[in-house]
Design a protein around this ligand. Structure first.
Ligand code: CS2
Length: 477
């Protein structure tokens, strides 16, 4: 029998002002904390109604606790615990799509924020265009009032706000995508156009979609985290989330109405987020993916284990210095050398058990903005990028589904089946690489047809097969 009591809400809930799609670990460790901090300093009715677009897990975890959860700050020298009370309700969209739309349409809702991951935008990662043939988009075109996709919910809620004469809400994308606000806008307008061109025009003229750069390393919560919390604090909290101390939020200041005083919690409001976002995507997420594929293949379970291996630490430093920073513009207020040095320290944090397997997920949706843009720019400028081409080969090796000791890899990716088929379609490295490069939703034609890229990735793939990831990484560094 479990005698440890469940965490419950002790404070009164704030009135809701935000609807958030995607109530996962990152949202809890990031948006929910910034918003709690902003309300602590400046007040306001900024309670968050969190919406899961898929499964009921978040509701089942947070619901019995009145939305309160524990944030565990994993400093290298130990954990600090804090209860966060900004989430006021959790809805499960497939159970009650109407309740989700009502919450978004409510005049008290000023912001709809998103952490739906790359694939939630239903776009082609290589071009950013809405995939009208995506099954969820097809569904939403036929069933606009009971949608499945995030774009479907946004379009329906905005249509109803327009019909009711309410001001629009601000759509705040917090996903790791370049110019995430522009992407969200493009996708929502493209879907609205299919329904009603006048609605699309109204959205284009009235709805702000500020871009953001979000950063906090937050691994998926494990049973070990939940047990350690129960042990340390004497209560049960399956909704807890363990995160690194660092956080950074850069937001384009174009809101339709009021917003929380996130700046009081350290968020930076700026005119243009693009340079910050490019820096973060290329320096952090690019090397995260690099360490994920090559670290996993080399037998490393987490990012901190991977960079504890000196060859991998040298490799990631080489990537930054020689192949990534030459393709990054320094944003105002940042120092790129200090930024990447601090990143290595963040990766080394042994209290953060961020699995290489977790970061390896959804590579088809992540590669273009994390790695391929940097590679294209390097090739065009005549700069070496053999390390980054090794990473692309590592991803290709990974999605083939068999690791270096012949064990199956549990590849999680919306295109997993197509990737496996492409990889299996040829017996040799050059054939496999060519079949994968032909996937236009991942590789744009220009890059895929660049001979030095084809040759570099094929050579790296062959080396990975012959020598393994660890040796290839050491050879570059
Ligand atoms: C990671 C990110 O899982 C991944 O793909 O690269 O979630 C990363 O931890 C965050 O962007 C850090 O801000």
């Amino acid at each position: 029998m479990n005698t440890v009591p469940r965490l419950t809400r002790q404070t009164s809930a704030p009135k809701p002002g935000i609807v958030h799609l995607g109530p996962g670990a990152f949202f809890r460790a990031f948006n929910a904390i910034y918003t709690a901090d902003a309300m602590a300093v400046d007040g306001g009715d900024w309670g968050i109604i969190a919406v899961s677009l898929r499964c009921p897990t978040a509701r089942d975890q947070l619901g019995p606790q009145g939305g309160v959860f524990t944030a565990i700050n994993m400093a290298p020298d130990g954990a600090q615990y804090r209860q966060i009370d900004s989430i006021v309700d959790v809805l499960v969209a497939p159970e009650k799509p109407g309740a989700v739309i009502d919450a978004m349409v409510a005049a008290t809702t000023h912001i709809v924020s998103l952490t739906i991951t790359e694939k939630g935008y239903c776009h082609a990662p290589s071009t950013g265009a809405l995939q009208l043939d995506h099954p969820d988009i097809q569904h939403d075109l036929v069933n606009p009032s009971a949608p499945k996709s995030a774009p479907g919910f946004l379009v329906e809620a905005l249509a109803r706000r327009r019909a009711a004469g309410h001001a629009p809400f601000t759509v705040l994308s917090c996903d790791n995508l370049p110019d995430n606000g522009h992407l969200a806008r493009k996708i929502v307008i493209a879907l609205a156009k299919e329904r009603d061109p006048e609605l699309a025009d109204w959205i284009a003229q009235n709805v702000p979609f500020p871009a953001t750069m979000v950063d906090r390393i937050t691994p998926a919560t494990t049973d070990a985290d939940i047990s350690a919390l129960a042990e340390a604090q004497g209560y049960q909290d399956p909704a807890c989330v363990a995160h690194e101390p660092f956080r950074q939020w850069v937001i384009e200041d174009t809101f339709a109405g009021p917003r929380p005083a996130w700046q009081a919690a350290g968020a930076q409001f700026v005119g243009d987020v693009a340079a910050h976002e490019a820096m973060k995507l290329r320096c952090l997420n690019g090397t995260h993916s690099a360490l994920a594929y090559l670290g996993y293949l080399g037998g490393h379970e987490t990012i901190s284990d991977t960079v504890a291996d000196p060859d991998y630490a040298r490799f990631v430093q080489h990537l930054w210095a020689e192949e990534i920073l030459p393709a990054v513009v320094q944003p105002e207020g940042e120092d790129l050398a200090a930024y990447t040095a601090a990143l290595l320290e963040r990766y080394r944090n042994p209290s953060i058990r961020h699995r290489t397997w977790q970061i390896a997920m959804d590579g088809s949706q992540k590669l273009p903005q994390r790695l391929l843009g940097t590679i294209s720019e390097n090739l065009a400028a005549g700069r070496d990028c053999s390390g980054l081409m090794l990473v692309v080969a590592g991803w290709m090796r990974y999605v083939g589904g068999v690791d270096e000791v012949g064990a199956a890899i549990d590849v999680r990716d919306p295109l997993a089946d197509r990737l496996r088929t492409a990889s299996d379609s040829a017996p040799d490295a050059a054939g496999k690489v060519a079949a994968l490069l032909a996937m236009r939703d991942v590789f744009d034609q220009e890059l895929a047809e660049t001979p030095s890229f084809q040759a570099g990735v094929s050579a790296a793939y062959t080396s990975l097969m012959d020598h393994g990831a660890k040796v290839c990484v050491a050879a570059i560094a």
